[in-house]
Write a protein that binds this ligand. Structure first.
Ligand code: AMP
Length: 279
């Protein structure tokens, strides 16, 4: 790996990308909100197989947080993140400020239907507008050839794939597999919010997800059983536990080719997301 360049302005980032492109190099982007863990690093490793130069963006995007959410306390640990990236195939970090990304007078929003409807949007109506806006900005800003998103945020992945197709953006979107802790809990920057007791309960989430995904029962029955099991395990609230069409994220119908099991359950204020292919 060459020395890790840190770019805080668009001009600076673009100059680096232009220099790479002038050499005919293929550029990849891993968008993150920092607080990096092995899940993020696995995306770097995966995209490095498909790009000559890898940019990791670190930006806690305010437009995807509602006023009562955790924007202010979201873990920010840039020095640790940069240290973690030193041992990877990352060539550059793009870490702009919020004022740089959303200057005074910023007025554009993005609205999406299709896979953005329901699930996360039922709980967080502002969320995919904010995600689509920042991802679109990052893709345009970096002029990247390929970008990677984790299946951990499966609905987000489908939203981005759909946006890129709808807007004919000249970028390839890759999907990264979910990285898990030894006990199966999907890695997440928000896992640090969990107390020791909550952390034990959290490990039940992937177990119940697997049962839901493989249940031979009718969908409504399997979903109700999963919800009951989550509450019995100690989760405070179940935002959803469901089987959906893996492409559209709508309720499966006769046209459904593959299905996905998705769960979001809360432990206190912490929302835990997980998903996997369903039979
Ligand atoms: P975040 O920083 O949480 O916004 O996540 C940045 C990217 O990392 C997104 O594409 C996530 O889907 C992905 N990601 C988060 N957690 C994991 C995980 N456990 N395994 C793989 N990718 C992940």
């Amino acid at each position: 790996m060459s020395a890790l360049g840190i770019h805080r302005t668009l001009e600076d980032m673009r100059a680096q990308v232009a220099a790479w492109k002038a050499q005919g190099l293929r550029v990849g982007l891993v968008p993150t909100m920092g607080a990096l863990h092995a899940g993020h690093l696995s995306l770097v490793e995966a995209i490095a197989q498909n790009a000559d130069k890898v940019i990791v963006s670190i930006f806690v995007n305010p437009t995807q947080f509602a006023a009562d959410e955790d924007l202010d306390i979201y873990p920010r640990q840039e020095a640790d993140d940069l240290a973690a990236l030193q041992n990877t195939q990352t060539d550059a970090v793009f870490a702009p400020s919020a004022a740089h990304m959303y200057p005074e007078g910023f007025a554009t929003t993005i609205a999406m239907d299709g896979p953005a409807l329901g699930l996360e949007s039922d709980e967080r109506p502002h969320f995919f507008g904010g995600v689509a806006l920042i991802v679109l900005k990052l893709l345009i800003q970096t002029q990247t050839d390929v970008a990677i998103f984790g299946e951990k945020d499966y609905q987000q992945l489908r939203v981005i794939q759909t946006m890129v197709a709808d807007l004919n953006l000249p970028v390839e979107i890759m999907a990264g597999a979910i990285m898990r802790e030894a006990d199966g809990l999907a890695m997440s920057s928000r896992n640090v919010y969990l107390s020791a007791e909550q952390r034990k309960i959290a490990a039940q989430l992937p177990v119940i997800l697997k049962q839901l995904a493989h249940s031979p029962a009718p969908i409504a029955v399997a979903e109700a059983e999963a919800k009951k099991a989550l509450l019995a395990a100690g989760f405070t609230k179940v935002d959803y536990a469901c089987i959906r069409d893996a492409e559209t994220l709508a309720v499966p119908d006769a046209n459904t080719v593959s299905r996905r099991a998705l769960i979001v359950a809360r432990l206190g204020k912490t929302r835990l997301l997980d998903n996997c292919p369903a039979v």
